[in-house]
Design a protein. Structure first.
Length: 88
């Protein structure tokens, strides 16, 4: 079992108690985001990423049915548009 802090344990407990509600049709949201990304003008970049991070990202991509490159693009876009923030 993984050691969770109090905040993480609280979230896990609420999920297990079915307190979370879907925000809508996930499949249509994924298709919407994929379409958005597909029609954006793109520029190729090169970055070094640890093998373990790529492995975990690809595993999550398989689970969600979204190519891992698209997940990276979505994360970069969300960060660039201040929808997610980095905690240090």
């Amino acid at each position: 079992m993984i050691d969770l802090d109090a905040y993480e344990a609280d979230i896990l407990q609420s999920v297990e108690n079915d307190e979370w509600q879907s925000r809508g049709d996930i499949d249509s949201r994924v298709k919407e985001l994929q379409s958005y990304l597909k029609h954006q003008k793109k520029k190729a970049i090169s970055i070094r990423v640890s093998e373990n991070d790529i492995y975990e990202l690809k595993k999550k991509a398989l689970e969600s049915g979204v190519p891992y490159q698209n997940i990276i693009q979505m994360l970069i876009h969300q960060f660039a548009s201040n929808k997610i923030q980095m905690s240090v």
